[in-house]
Design a protein around this ligand. Sequence first.
Ligand SMILES: [Fe+2]
Ligand SMILES: [Fe+2]
Length: 284
Amino acid sequence: MRIVQMSDIHVGSGLFRPELLSAAIEETNSLQPDLVAVVGDLTMEGYRWEFEEARGYLDRLECENVVVGMGNHDARSVGYRHFEEFFGMRERAVEVPVQEGEAKVVSLDSTKPDLDDGEVGREHYGWLDSEFRDWDRGPKILMIHHHIMAVPGTGRDVNILQDSGDVMAILRELKVDIVLSGHRHVPYVWSISGVRIVHSGTASSMRVRGTMPPSYNVIEFNEESVRITLREPGKGEGEPLASFARAAVTTSEFYPDFDRFVTYDMLPFLKDPTDESSSPPGSS
Ligand SMILES: [Fe+2]
Ligand SMILES: [Fe+2]
């Protein structure tokens, strides 16, 4: 399976560079990935014209499976309404045919209108569980704009996912293979408790930090390994960013039951107090 991960394209920013986005799109088309994951911050201020322009660019992607997620900038100025107009559902689960079967891709909206902070929120936990727990047909992939783990080289950390501990425990419990995130504008990879957390930089803006240039990631899954390559748009084949064994490397065990730490909230209208079976799996 081949994934192109890009994020933080920031159409509408004075620092947006259209030639970088065009190059990233052309290169993506020539890579013929199974999935293009665009992990939020399509815009700068969430304005309609920014979404329209972003859609115009992303329409040039030839891949059949392009999944676009929300970023905090897209939630500014009630921009989520325009997101829905141009890109459809803000969160979704899709099944992507790949060589080894089918990948499950869940794209989750971690934004709050007008805030830079992010949260998954307890009301989403049961959904994540229902999508991932029994999935055995191929890779399990979560797309989420905000960072679960702090990203080095990005200065002081202020917008980390507010419920990152609970989310990490859920991803570990559900054996999620890979998390695709953006937001910090610096490419980085963590592997922790069997979960690989992969950040892309900003694909097409000069809103960069430190020495990291605009970039995107190419991720290759095969039977033995997961390899991630960092590419600068317009600058060739890129450089290796990280590689892992395909099977998650977990050299530790953690013994207490999952639900001693995390419980799943259900939306009130989904609850039936008389029905024990209405509880989602993993709840108690
Ligand atoms: Fe961004
Ligand atoms: Fe962001």
